[in-house]
Design a binder for this molecule. Sequence first.
Ligand SMILES: Nc1ncnc2c1ncn2[C@@H]1O[C@H](COP(=O)(O)OP(=O)(O)OP(=O)(O)O)[C@@H](O)[C@H]1O
Ligand SMILES: [Mg+2]
Length: 317
Amino acid sequence: MHNISTIWTEKYRPDAFEQVKGQKDIVKTLAAMVEKKNLPHLLFAGPPGCGKTTLSIIIAKKLFGEDWKRNFLELNASDERGIDVVRNTIKDFARTKTIGDYPFKIIYLDECDSLTKEAQQALRRTMENFVSSTRFVLSCNYSSKIVDAIQSRCAVFKFKPLLQEEINHVIDNIAKTENLTINEETRKALCEAAEGDVRKLTNILQSCAAIDDTVTEDKVCDLASVARPKEVKEILQMAIGGKFETARNKLLDIMLQHGLSGLDIIKQIQKEVWSLDIPDQKKVLLVDKCGEIEFRMVEGSDEFIQLEALLANFMGF
Ligand SMILES: Nc1ncnc2c1ncn2[C@@H]1O[C@H](COP(=O)(O)OP(=O)(O)OP(=O)(O)O)[C@@H](O)[C@H]1O
Ligand SMILES: [Mg+2]
């Protein structure tokens, strides 16, 4: 049925600017730079699965055509063999001539925010030394973790998680090609589970499709380690209505059933607070409480005791 030897995140990776969803301004600017063959060093900052690697590959394909693989080097700054290995690989690659008649090659360096300040300074010097032959595309989750000396040498692009509408386009495209059936509820669950991350979305879809062409909400929630939003809301409503014991039992139930941790569920509770039928002021107090409970969990206190304490706060509205 579904050929499981192809990885969908590769199969559905856009290979032209027009196919990239969202990130409109970024795509426009990058396309113009490529058109003029005038590329500065680039810094891509943003959450996982939103198109950073994808766009850097598209740039390389546009600039180098068939030679792109030989003029494009992808490295991970957090390589466990150490930053020296990374630095040497960069130097070796930057020193050799470009294949074909191109003014420079491209080095894509992922996870730059994992580099120490000292390593970033060294990287800055490398960037300067090889600027005549090499352009760097640096990628990170948070640009604030990149030293100013590097930021000021790059054109900085801040990527955003994809909007629901953009995620929907990706779902439609995959569903059509793979003949998947996805109803409205499931689609919502997919959007929620993906959190704007196309890689996560694609992986969930592929796992569901391996089982059945009809993708179900249950399966999506299981794979994404989330409870069904409806269930979470029900629990909160029970607690608000004073049925504390029923609420806590049901909470324990769904946590065990879906194999959720306290931290998984607290995020969902926090999201659901906004959809409850209680005054805004109370919502704000509860969201604040969620933050406090989450902190306690991270610090290592008993998850279920903390969740019970949280539920207690919902009572009496
Ligand atoms: N804007 C987008 N439009 C369409 N598909 C996308 C987009 N962003 C990501 N994808 C898809 O998601 C997958 C992962 O994308 P990509 O490798 O570009 O993520 P990334 O931003 O580099 O993430 P990370 O920070 O985790 O490396 C790819 O298969 C790609 O097809
Ligand atoms: Mg990437």
